[in-house]
Design a protein around this ligand. Structure first.
Ligand code: GRF
Length: 211
């Protein structure tokens, strides 16, 4: 690619994954950070970094799909090559997200397909799993269901709480997501009716060592 990858990010909260993407100094141009929460810390992080922001309130829309169409319409106006959902906590209308097939990725704090949805750390502890982890996947209409392209794993410790597990995992997320975005920016990882890495269909999630 003879120009930096244009990246838009959606976040609903503090935006630590956004912060990690910015700090990674990737060969990308952040064209927009959007949120469904006007108070999201991610918006302040973006503004400090000089990245254009948009926040729309679901309360201003008659229904979910109207909100999704409005927010994703604003994202489309920024003409991103890649949309990153980094702590975006809304379920997106299937028709709306279908337009982004192969152009949107999400980071989810579990070893997918385990523990889709919320409270992943609690589910991991309750199940007594020896390992936990984070997954980056291409986004499809299925919640946390798209093709997983990369995973980072951590050991669960006997004294772990939901908070300690979340904190340790977040540090791994902050390495994994920038590595995946970097691989997309370099062209190593791309979408061609499925995930392709170094020219071959991706048959298993990449690890941080692969990236
Ligand atoms: C992260 O754990 C991410 O995996 C999940 O929500 C959290 C967002 O954190 N989707 P942040 O807003 O990026 O700090």
């Amino acid at each position: 690619m003879d120009r930096p990858l244009r990246v838009a990010v959606l976040a609903s909260g503090r935006g630590s994954n956004l912060g990690a993407l910015i700090a990674a100094r990737l060969p990308v141009e952040f064209v927009l950070v959007g949120s469904d929460k006007a108070t999201a810390g991610a918006l302040a992080l973006a503004a400090e970094a000089g990245i254009p922001t948009v926040s729309l309130s679901p309360r201003d829309y008659a229904d979910r799909v109207s909100f999704d169409r409005a927010l994703f319409g604003r994202v489309a106006e920024a003409r991103p090559d890649l949309l990153v959902l980094a702590g975006y906590m809304r379920i997106i209308d299937a028709a709306v997200i279908a337009d982004w097939e192969g152009r949107a990725i999400n980071i989810h704090p579990s070893l997918l397909p385990k523990y889709r949805g919320l409270h992943t750390h609690r589910q991991c502890l309750e199940a007594g799993d020896a390992e936990h982890g984070a997954s980056v996947h291409f986004v499809t209409a299925e919640l946390d269901g798209g093709p997983v392209v990369a995973q980072a794993r951590i050991a669960v410790r006997p004294d772990d709480t939901e908070a300690s597990l979340a904190e340790r995992l977040l540090a791994e997320e902050h390495r994994l997501l920038p590595a995946v975005v970097g691989a997309i920016a370099s062209g190593r990882l791309r979408w061609d009716d499925g995930a392709v890495f170094d020219g071959l269909p991706l048959s298993a999630p990449l690890t941080p060592a692969d990236l």
